[in-house]
Write a protein that binds this ligand. Structure first.
Ligand code: FAD
Length: 292
């Protein structure tokens, strides 16, 4: 696919990467950023005339920030999968999701920035990051921070607007007077497959057993990864038990807008949304019991 390329740039700074992209744009022709290339190469877009490689930028890091994390955009799936701090954070859902993305070879190449910027509705990092209220930092004409729930605009469309995704910010989880737990679930035909449905949940329960905070996020069931806000509202204020879980899972399935494709029918996806949300919330409940 790269036989039509006339330039392949390997900048060492974000400013140079943006400058190169701007000057190439002025010269005409279509180009793109490339990190691991695991989405870009498969897409095989022969209209591309130049690429700006991001892997030499100083964006491969996972750092503690406040009670949360700052993750550089070129950190690989394998970096996240094996990071001891992330594995111990929010029931380890970010590491767990990263660890389900493709094969070890794909995880060694594919990056968190590429996963989000590619904006596949099924990308595995979106649900856990949505459940953690993450934001992305975009460098472009100005540097801006975009909450992840406003980042995805449609299938392969984002709020990047030609900018460079430089960092993912995961804030400190809500302070729990009682107990808190998270869960990630993924349904695919094989372990290395793209999700038919994926889901992440986070729940905080007060000392009285009532839910005070809830997040439910789903992927592969609409044009963009989504937060099931009405299902979250079903949980908040009531006892976090099997009945609440069943009601929230049912509501979450109603919030999906799936399509039928080679992987699954829309009806199957909607039903599996209910099943995966119920499983995720049940795992949260079990984890709360275990971590008492
Ligand atoms: C066999 C196979 C299995 C896979 N399995 C899974 C899976 O199970 N789950 C899953 O979620 N994904 C899966 N993927 C998809 C892919 O591996 C991931 O989405 C990966 O994280 C993409 O990252 P990358 O660095 O390779 O992106 P690239 O291919 O380099 O880039 C993808 C897109 O994002 C843009 N881009 C990249 N980085 C930035 C940035 N920092 N700022 C702005 N734009 C940027 C590029 O221009 C391009 O349009 C699979 C892919 C393959 C080939």
């Amino acid at each position: 696919m790269f036989d039509q390329l006339r330039a392949f740039h390997r900048p060492a700074t974000v400013a140079t990467a943006l400058r190169l992209l701007a000057s190439e744009r002025r010269a005409g022709g279509r180009g793109a950023f490339v990190a691991g290339g695991t989405d870009l190469v498969v897409q095989g877009d022969r209209s591309l005339r130049y690429l700006v490689d991001l892997t030499r930028l100083p964006l491969r890091y996972v750092k503690r920030r406040g009670g949360g994390w700052a993750v550089g955009a070129t950190s690989t799936m394998a970096d996240l999968e094996h990071h001891a701090g992330l594995r111990a954070f929010a029931s380890g859902i970010v590491s767990e999701a990263a660890g389900t993305a493709g094969s070890p070879q794909i995880r060694n190449m594919g990056t968190i920035g590429g996963n989000l910027a590619n904006a596949s509705p099924a990308c595995d990092l979106a649900p856990p990051l949505l459940a953690l209220d993450a934001s992305v930092v975009v460098a472009g004409r100005a540097r801006r921070t975009v909450p992840l729930d406003r980042f995805f605009k449609g299938v392969r469309r984002t709020a990047l607007d030609g900018g460079l995704l430089v960092e993912i910010v995961i804030p400190a989880p809500p302070r729990a007077a009682g107990r808190a737990a998270w869960s990630f679930q993924k349904l695919g035909r094989l372990q290395s497959d793209i999700a038919v449905v994926n889901a992440a949940t986070g729940v905080v329960v007060g000392r009285d057993g009532r839910c005070t905070w809830a997040r439910i996020a789903l992927g592969a069931v609409a044009a963009t990864p989504l937060r099931a806000r009405r299902a979250e509202a079903v949980l908040v204020g009531r006892a976090f038990d099997a009945a609440a879980i069943a009601a929230a899972a049912e509501r979450a399935a109603q919030e999906t807008r799936p399509v039928s494709d080679v992987r699954a029918s829309a009806d199957y996806r909607r039903e599996m949304s209910r099943v995966l949300v119920a499983r995720a919330l049940t795992e949260c409940l079990e984890r709360m019991g275990r971590d008492r």
